[in-house]
Design a protein around this ligand. Structure first.
Ligand code: ZN
Ligand code: ZN
Length: 381
């Protein structure tokens, strides 16, 4: 337990959450093994488990998170209906509450008093502890979610959350199971086991993804990029990128980074179900990564113990810093030209002119420079 947790005011127990987590955890550890041992479990409940894991997981990452919390794209009402139903099945509160708190998390990330699941209050607190008591940092205030209150599906789900959550977790698996002559098997595997596994996988985004991994884009907060975490969080393991560029529909920004949520959103855009997918310009991504390289190199230079070599490396470092500022100025000039062209309503002409080539050349020069600065940092070792 950290000092920060010890000093936190003792908040009252959040009884409904404690009951829900206790029943689901104890049930998954006792009733489920007993049932599996005393009954024959066919493939049906496991296929249903795979389906509900996928549907509830994506409803949280693509729906609650990237669509509703961050407005990273727009979705047809049929897809929003899917997110609304399976989001309720994931038992992580209504979209409105979840998204409002998540926006507070981004705004006050790592703040002990104001981030609802601040990692600075310890791993357990960020993972689950924050839900077990009525902490002041979790107080509801929908003033940051007025846009969501206008969405009829979000408003409906918020009004009827309990009925939807019970219906999706009990009635739905029981009905599907009854059709396959195994309602208890479907309820225990696709309902209960899926609930517990899915809970912890998504909770890892608040705990592990703020704890373990690298910080290639920003060191201003604790969020990390981690390929392993991405494997079991539906692609949300690229959390360092996400905290800097939260409106981008991608978390794993490179095509090879495992981010099924991004592929799901992009896949639906091919048939018009999603649209308006927002992407951060590549230049800004390269700029952030290069700035991080500069920071890390500067730390190494400060620790360098060879005075002769240090002077030489310092000179190279300053030269790179100057080159970086020249590139940034050129980019600002190009941006100003683009805005001017838009004002004169000749944006189309301008985009097809030399400008696109000049933008790409600037991006390329940042990439090359990042490699040079990395080599420079390695020489300081
Ligand atoms: Zn976070
Ligand atoms: Zn987020």
């Amino acid at each position: 337990m950290t000092d920060a947790v010890a000093e936190a005011p003792k908040a009252s127990i959040n009884t409904p959450a404690v009951i829900m987590f206790s029943i689901s955890t104890v049930g998954a550890l006792t009733v489920l093994p007993w049932y599996a041992w005393s009954h024959h479990l066919g493939a049906g409940p496991w296929i249903f488990f795979a389906f509900t894991m996928w549907a509830t997981g994506l409803s949280i990452t693509a729906g609650y998170h990237r669509l509703w919390s961050h407005r990273a794209y727009e979705a047809h009402w049929t897809l929003r209906l899917f997110y609304m139903l399976f989001g309720a099945m994931s038992l992580q509160n209504s979209t409105l509450i979840w998204a409002s708190m998540h926006r507070v998390h981004h705004k006050n990330v790592d703040d002990i008093d104001n981030d609802p699941y601040s990692i600075k209050r310890g791993f357990w607190y960020a993972h689950m502890g924050w839900m077990l008591r009525n902490y002041p940092s979790s107080a509801l205030d929908f003033s940051n979610a007025r846009d969501l209150q206008q969405d009829p599906l979000v408003a409906f789900q918020h009004r009827h959350y309990l009925g939807l959550a019970l219906g999706m977790n009990i009635a739905f698996p029981a009905l599907v199971g009854a059709a396959f002559d195994d309602p208890w098997g479907f309820m225990l595997i696709g309902g209960l086991l899926r609930l517990v596994v899915n809970h912890h996988l998504t909770f890892f985004i608040n705990s592990l993804a703020h704890y373990w991994g690298r910080r290639p884009y920003t060191a201003d907060n604790t969020a990390r990029d981690n390929d392993i975490i991405a494997l079991f969080t539906y692609g949300e393991g690229y959390h360092n990128f996400h905290h800097l560029f939260q409106w981008d529909y991608r978390n794993g920004v490179r095509w090879w980074q495992f981010d099924p949520t991004k592929w799901w959103i992009a896949g639906w855009s091919a048939v018009g179900v999603t649209r308006g997918l927002r992407r951060v310009p590549e230049f800004k991504i390269q700029r952030a990564m290069l700035q991080r390289q500069f920071e890390r190199t500067q730390e190494k230079l400060r620790a360098c113990s060879h005075p002769g070599r240090l002077a030489e490396l310092q000179k190279l470092f300053e030269h790179e810093m100057e080159a970086f500022s020249v590139t940034l100025n050129e980019w600002k000039k190009l941006q100003a030209e683009r805005i001017d062209a838009a004002r004169k309503q000749i944006a189309g002409q301008w985009e097809h002119s030399e400008a696109r080539r000049r933008f790409q050349a600037l991006e390329h020069s940042l990439r090359l420079q990042r490699r040079r600065v990395r080599l420079l940092r390695l020489q300081t070792a």
